[in-house]
Design a protein around this ligand. Structure first.
Ligand SMILES: [Zn+2]
Length: 306
């Protein structure tokens, strides 16, 4: 059976039931008072789908409260379609594509895709390189050179720093303002364990940063060295590969991306990378994990399944 023929993608009742089964594994929870037992599903023709009444505080609620769906009138089954599309295509799915496939307006599609990126934002990744593992760190530049400073290091280009834990095969990326020690060191320090082995290129800023870790190795891209001749583990090919997927996707799918939105796209690419097929996740599992991320983003920043 085609995945897209599953009832939650077409039927609004089924869509609510699906989301409820994921977000309320132990039954409905009142978002107003936390009651988990004395709740009643409201029936009747004029009742909105998925409405419950809490018998403790007497307020009504649905599973949308406190999630990215809360202030949206988009049907739940369309949200599930959008999440599935964004999770299952390697390079992502543009607002334009969502607009055409889902039959919502472009503005609505844009709103949905940014909220889904928010659901994909993972706040619970453990410290990289714990137990002395290898972590690759590198930065890249985005955007056209024209009018944005000269050369690949143009000061007005968008700059991205990515860390990849080679053992857990997970990535964490962020937008940085400048490629300097002052900018990079706090990020590296916060996200990577002291006992880690750091792998970077030979950029000057990594020399000082590298001294604060158990080991630091670098390859000299300037002379065409991509894997160390003395130790084949010394390279930054994993993070380079991450950048190439990100850049190809951003070029092909998301042509216009301002600095104010770049962190959201990074969250999206990190998410798909961290739950990719190579890490043994199916498209459906990846979509379910994104769905678990819809709640609490604006409230508590809690995440399940980090
Ligand atoms: Zn209540």
């Amino acid at each position: 059976m085609s995945i897209l023929s599953r009832p939650e993608f077409h039927d609004e009742e089924a869509a609510y039931a699906y989301v409820e089964s994921k977000l309320w594994p132990n039954g409905p929870v009142c978002p107003h008072c936390g009651e988990n037992e004395r709740t009643t599903k409201m029936q009747g023709k004029s009742t909105r789908i998925g409405t419950y009444k809490c018998r403790a505080c007497r307020k009504k609620f649905t599973v949308k409260i406190g999630t990215i769906f809360e202030s949206s009138h988009v049907k739940m089954h369309l949200w599930l379609q959008a999440i599935y599309l964004m999770c299952s295509s390697k390079k992502g799915c543009s607002s334009n594509q969502l607009h055409r496939t889902l039959g919502v307006t472009l503005k609505t599609a844009w709103f949905m895709s940014h909220r889904i990126r928010e659901a994909m934002r993972d706040n619970t990744l453990p410290t990289f390189g714990s137990g002395g593992g290898i972590v690759e760190v590198d930065e890249t530049y985005m955007g056209k050179t024209k009018g944005l400073g000269k050369g690949p290091h143009g000061s007005k280009k968008l700059k991205v720093l990515s860390l990849v834990d080679r053992e857990t095969k997970k990535a964490r990326s962020m937008v940085i303002d400048k490629v300097t020690i002052g900018e990079i060191y706090p990020i590296v320090k916060e996200n990577i364990a002291r006992e880690a082995q750091l792998m970077t290129d030979q950029a000057q800023h990594y020399k000082k940063i590298g001294r604060t870790f158990a080991e630091h190795h670098s390859v000299n891209h300037g002379v065409g060295e991509y894997v160390s001749k003395t130790n084949p583990e010394h390279h930054t090919n994993t993070v380079e590969n991450y950048f190439s997927v990100f850049k190809r996707g951003m070029r092909g799918v998301y042509q216009h991306c301002g600095k104010q939105h770049l962190h959201r796209y990074l969250a999206e690419y990190d998410f798909r990378y961290n739950y990719r097929a190579k890490n043994e996740y199916t498209d459906a599992e990846r979509a379910d994990i994104a769905l678990l991320g819809v709640s609490g983003k604006r409230l508590t920043y809690q995440r399940i399944n980090g």
